[in-house]
Ligand binder design. Structure first.
Ligand code: HSE
Length: 442
């Protein structure tokens, strides 16, 4: 039976999970794959720590060269953080003819083009199932299960930290900061959750899914991203009254020769399946021309769920090695490597909007705002004006009230022009809160 040797670089939460599965479920993996998959070496700079899955001395690499120069190591599993070091490690490993498995979405979203072109040149496979939605096998679903489809739309909840926070705000009435603190205390949020909260993590993931779904690389710096840091519980409550639930949604839609990619807080109808995805769970909806709508749900983070995805890549690459087929499988399913996706500009987005103004409670203000909307051809679908909202009025004068307008589908450009005019005319005493809505109409 063929023996495949694996090395792990980076021994954190996910690394420990991968080592645990490879060491304790060797027999199961052998039965399922017909291969002996060995964890030969692990490298970390922090061997002085106590690990949930300890590594015996003879498998501890003292330096990277011990792994890179070992011709018997077939697969390098990159589980470090950041971009610069993992990029160096992955490129060096490819140069040394080692196949790669990585869970690093930032690395792939920002340096994927260089990595995949290099891998193609060297006939090396790069597995990245764990980079998007942790344990949910969405990469294999797009590459294999849905291969018979032209993908029209892919959208979902791709970040567990923000979903946990928004769920606590919606269900328990917590403020953003109370919910974030609770997520950190429970170990769901990173010590520095900046990239989760500001939407970058979800944007990295939807960029990877977009490349696979629509066939091309993209310039990550042009992806539209908004986080949840400014979300006020008041908007969650007002949205609920209108029949909507707030989620940090990552959305990618194909329009002829353009792809629209955006990540932002989004109101979804409360009976939409994604509105029921609570806490740290992730879910992805994919719409294909033949299959219609499909939904994938599961744990998007955590040691063993993420390790489950990493090991699936290890087994898949181990099988290719034993069959002697290098990355030919990837070349056929990723023959878009030389294309660039054309991203829709934010001003050309076309969707529905929830807009909350803070207006003086005086005669005619609603009519004035409505007339600005009419001027820019924005059709109003619903209006809520609250006579009294105590939470809001604490910091403001007695005589202001929130006025919420829900629009029909409108262009972002027109919305921004209307808002600018409303602010300039002092019809609102604070900058309005704008939240996009995704429903049947859009
Ligand atoms: N920090 C991510 C999340 C998990 O909160 O979903 C890793 O991608």
């Amino acid at each position: 039976m063929k023996e495949i040797n694996v090395a792990i670089v980076g021994y954190g939460v996910v690394g420990n999970g991968v080592a645990k599965i490879l060491d304790t479920q060797k027999e199961l993996l052998k039965q399922k794959s017909g291969l002996n998959i060995n964890l030969k070496k692990v490298f970390t700079r922090s061997w002085n720590k106590v690990f949930p899955h300890p590594i015996d001395e003879n498998r501890k690499a003292k330096n990277l060269e011990e792994i890179l120069e070992d011709k018997d190591i077939h697969i390098v599993v990159e589980l470090t953080g950041g971009i610069d070091f993992p990029f160096y490690l992955v490129m060096e490993s490819i140069n040394k003819n080692k196949h790669i498995v990585t869970a690093n979405k930032a690395l792939l979203a920002e340096k994927g083009k260089d990595i995949f072109l290099k891998a193609e040149e060297k006939n090396i496979r790069v597995g990245f199932e764990a980079a998007v939605a942790g344990g949910i096998p969405i990469i294999k679903a797009l590459r294999e299960g849905l291969v018979a489809n032209e993908i029209k739309k892919i959208y979902g909840i791709l970040n567990g930290t923000t979903n946990y926070i928004l769920t606590s705000m919606y269900k328990e009435g917590k403020t953003f900061y109370q919910a974030l603190k609770e997520a950190q205390e429970k170990g769901y949020a990173e010590a520095d959750p900046t990239l989760d909260i500001n939407g970058t993590d979800a944007a990295h993931k939807i960029s990877i899914l977009s490349s696979l779904s629509f066939g091309g690389f993209l310039d990550f710096s042009h992806v539209y991203v908004e986080g949840i840091e400014k979300i006020d519980i008041l908007d969650i409550d007002l949205g609920r009254e209108l029949g909507y639930t707030l989620k940090l949604l990552a959305i990618a839609k194909s329009h002829n020769d353009e792809v629209e990619i955006r990540v932002h807080p989004t109101f979804l109808p409360s009976d939409h399946p994604l509105s029921k995805v609570d806490g740290v769970f992730n879910a992805v909806m994919v719409e294909g021309d033949n299959v219609g709508e499909t939904m994938f749900y599961g744990r998007g983070a955590g040691s063993l769920p993420t390790a489950s995805a990493v090991v699936s890549d290890i087994v898949s690459i181990a099988k290719s090695i034993s069959l002697g087929i290098g990355n030919e499988i990837e070349i056929t399913s990723m023959n878009w490597k030389h294309k660039e996706l054309n991203l829709t500009k934010a001003k050309d987005f076309y969707t529905r909007y929830y807009i909350r103004f803070t207006v003086p409670d005086i005669t005619g203000i609603l009519a004035k705002i409505a007339s600005v909307f009419a001027k820019y051809s924005i059709s109003i679908a619903a209006v809520i004006q609250k006579e009294k909202v105590l939470k809001l009025q604490k910091s403001l004068s007695e005589k202001v009230v929130p006025l919420v307008i829900l629009t029909h589908t409108a262009s972002e450009n027109n919305i921004q022009s209307a808002i600018k005019e409303i602010i300039e005319n002092h019809y609102t005493v604070e900058d309005p809160v704008i939240i996009r809505v995704e429903d049947e109409e859009t």
